[in-house]
Structure formats: structure tokens, C-alpha cells
Write a protein of this length. Structure first.
Length: 190
């Protein structure tokens, strides 16, 4: 909202737009306690290092390309430097901005492992704990049913599988159903 207000004042838009933005900022600041809640996500040391490495990579690319802008074709402003950095790190390489000198080419070559490496490390570090938690949950379910032997697993309960279930119950064959069915003699795996 503050950026929007600054943009409105900078562009000299109609006064009522700035007034509306100021009103919204005041309303948000007065009612922020109603919307405030503590996040359960706590970043560990590895996640903080990963985030800083991404910020470093972005800063390296943006500041470096802007500093060398005279050695690039079509790189003139900070926006161009940000655009070039993101295009380079995403490995898209549109080709509209490209280095003209050997020094600029070496800089771009150095950008690629720094940026791609930082982003891959950050993704692995930030998503790793979530994937680990999910795998522990799946393995926990599997451990729960490891002691059951000589059984049949039915993936999903439907009208077609109902006759199979009836047959298994008549023969006293233990079975698992992949979705809760509410039928007696069945175990549900979710």
C-alpha cells in the first residue's frame, strides 16, 4: 500500500486516488491486530543461508550487469539489469540483451553457476523438510500395516469392488481398502 501511495504521488494521479490509498493504509494499521498471527514456519540455519545465497546471487547479477552496462547490447537501466538477471538465471536467454566484450561474457559465465546453484540449493533446502515430513507420514502408514501377511489390497471402494470384497469376506481373507468404506471386516488406508 505504501508503494502504491508513492507511485500515485510520483505519477501525479488524481488526488482522490492518494486519499483512498491513505485511508486504506490507516484502516490496515488500525486493524492489524485482527489479522496478525504467528507463523508456525520457523526457518533454520540452512534455510536462512539458502535465502541469503539467493539474495546474493540476485544482487551479484543485477549490480554486476548494471555496472558493466556499457559492455552489453540493450542494457541501459536498472530494470534492464533486473530483467537480464532473471532471464539469465532462469536459463531462458531470450537474446535481446547480450554481452559485447570478453569481460562481459566472463561475467555472464560466472553468473550462471552462481544463480542456478543458489536457486537449486534454496529449493532443495526449503522444500526438503516438507518432503521429509510427507515421506515420514507415508512410511508411518506402511509400518502400521507391515505385520499383516497374506492379505489383499483393494485400491478404492466402488460398486465393482463390492463383489470382490464380499467374496474375500466369505473366504475369511484379510484385505485393506485404499479408501474408508465403513464396511465391517475392512481396514482403511488413507
Amino acid at each position: 500500500m505504501i508503494v502504491l501511495l508513492a507511485n500515485n504521488l510520483y505519477r501525479g494521479t488524481t488526488p482522490h486516488t492518494a486519499v483512498v490509498t491513505l485511508t486504506l493504509i490507516a484502516g490496515l494499521s488500525l486493524s492489524h491486530k485482527q489479522f496478525y498471527c504467528r507463523s508456525e514456519v520457523k526457518l533454520g540455519y540452512a534455510q536462512i543461508v539458502a535465502l541469503f545465497s539467493v539474495l546474493f546471487a540476485l544482487g551479484y547479477g543485477i549490480i554486476g550487469s548494471y555496472a558493466l552496462r556499457a559492455q552489453f547490447n540493450n542494457l541501459e537501466t536498472w530494470i534492464d539489469a533486473v530483467y537480464f538477471t532473471f532471464v539469465t538465471y532462469s536459463t531462458l536467454g531470450f537474446g535481446d540483451i547480450h554481452p559485447l566484450t570478453a569481460e562481459a561474457k566472463i561475467f555472464v559465465i560466472s553468473m550462471i553457476p552462481i544463480g542456478v546453484g543458489s536457486f537449486i540449493t534454496a529449493i532443495a533446502t526449503l522444500l526438503g523438510p516438507a518432503l521429509e515430513k510427507r515421506l515420514k507420514g507415508v512410511l508411518g502408514i506402511m509400518k502400521k500395516f507391515q505385520h499383516i501377511t497374506n492379505h489383499v489390497i483393494i485400491c478404492g471402494y466402488s460398486n465393482v469392488s463390492e463383489s470382490v470384497i464380499d467374496e474375500l469376506q466369505e473366504r475369511d481373507v484379510p484385505f485393506l481398502i485404499g479408501r474408508r468404506s465403513g464396511r465391517p471386516g475392512s481396514a482403511a488406508v488413507q
